[in-house]
Design a protein around this ligand. Structure first.
Ligand code: SF4
Length: 272
C-alpha cells in the first residue's frame, strides 16, 4: 500500500546537474513504478522518508503556481522528470504535471518529457502549444512479460510504443530512450525496428549497478535467464561487453541513418 501525502515546496523548477539539462521538474517525491534497477532511490535520503522503502510513499508537491515565469527559462532546457515519472497514474487526478506545463506555456525553453506511462498522451493538445518540446519514452525490452518483472507498475512497453506513435502523429518531436540495456536481454535493434517510423532520435544507456539494486538484478537474471549468470558476473570486472555493444550501436544507427546519443557510464558497477 503506497502512502500518499501532500508536501508544500518553495519551488518546483530546480537547477540540474545532469549534462545538457539546465532545469528539472519533479512534480512528485517518490515513484510508483517499482523498477528493480531504479537509480532514483538515493532520493530517500533527501525526501524526509528515511527508513521507508522507495515505492511505498509518494508526496504530491504543492507550490504556488503563480511563481512560474515562463520567460525566465527561455533558451534553457527543462526536463520532466529525473527522479519520478511525470505521468504516474495519480497524475490523472492530481494533474501536477499538467498544471506546471500550462504555466510554462509561452516559454522558449526546450521542454523534454520522459516517461514510462501511456498516460502521457492525455497532454498531447498541450504539448502542441510549445514551440520547442520533445516527448520520449524509455524502453528496456519489448517483452511485456519481462517488463512486468523489471518495471512492475509502469505501462507495458507495447502501450508505450503506441503512445509514442500517437504523439508523433500529432506532430510532436519524439525520442526513444533505450534504457536500461540489460545485457543479453535488451535487443536494441528490435526496439528500433518497432519505433523508427515515429522516433526522431534515440538515446542509449547501459544498465548501471548500484549497491541497492545489484542483488535484485542478479537474482532475477539467475532465475529467468540462468545462462546469463556468467555474463552478468563478468560485468563487474570487464567492460568489454559495453565497449562492443557501443560499437554495434554506432554501426547500426549509422547504417540506418538514425540520430542517436549514447550515454554509457561507469562501466556498469559503482559503489554509490
Ligand atoms: S520510473 Fe524512474 S523513478 Fe520511477 S521507479 Fe522506475 S526508474 Fe525509478
Amino acid at each position: 500500500m503506497v502512502k500518499i501525502s501532500k508536501r508544500e515546496v518553495k519551488g518546483i523548477i530546480t537547477k540540474s546537474n545532469i549534462p545538457g539539462v539546465d532545469y528539472v521538474i519533479n512534480p512528485y517525491i517518490g515513484c510508483f513504478h517499482g523498477c528493480i534497477y531504479c537509480y532514483a532511490e538515493f532520493m530517500i535520503r533527501f525526501s524526509g522518508h528515511k527508513g521507508e522503502k522507495w515505492g511505498d510513499f509518494l508526496d504530491i508537491k504543492k507550490f504556488d503556481l503563480s511563481q512560474i515565469k515562463p520567460q525566465k527559462y527561455n533558451h534553457n532546457s527543462i526536463l520532466f522528470s529525473s527522479v519520478t515519472d511525470p505521468y504516474l497514474s495519480l497524475e490523472k487526478k492530481v494533474e501536477n504535471t499538467h498544471q506546471i506545463l500550462e504555466k510554462l506555456l509561452g516559454t522558449q525553453a526546450k521542454i523534454t518529457i520522459l516517461t514510462k506511462s501511456k498516460f502521457v498522451t492525455r497532454d498531447i493538445a498541450l504539448f502542441t502549444q510549445f514551440s520547442n518540446i520533445e516527448v520520449g519514452v524509455s524502453i528496456s525490452t519489448l517483452d511485456d512479460d519481462f517488463a512486468k518483472l523489471i518495471e512492475p507498475r509502469a505501462s507495458s512497453p507495447t502501450s508505450r510504443v503506441l503512445a509514442l506513435k500517437e504523439i508523433h502523429n500529432a506532430g510532436i518531436p519524439t525520442y526513444t530512450f533505450i534504457s536500461p540495456i540489460f545485457p543479453g536481454v535488451t535487443d536494441f535493434k528490435t526496439i528500433i525496428d518497432a519505433t523508427k517510423y515515429f522516433t526522431d532520435r534515440y538515446m542509449f544507456e547501459n544498465l548501471n549497478f548500484r549497491p541497492h539494486n545489484t542483488s535484485r538484478i542478479l537474482n532475477l537474471i539467475s532465475e529467468i535467464y540462468p545462462h546469463l549468470k556468467l555474463l552478468y558476473s563478468e560485468l563487474k570486472t570487464d567492460n568489454s561487453y559495453w565497449t562492443h555493444l557501443e560499437a554495434e550501436i554506432i554501426q547500426h544507427c549509422s547504417r540506418e541513418n538514425l540520430k542517436y546519443q549514447i550515454a554509457f557510464h561507469h562501466g556498469g558497477f559503482s559503489k554509490s
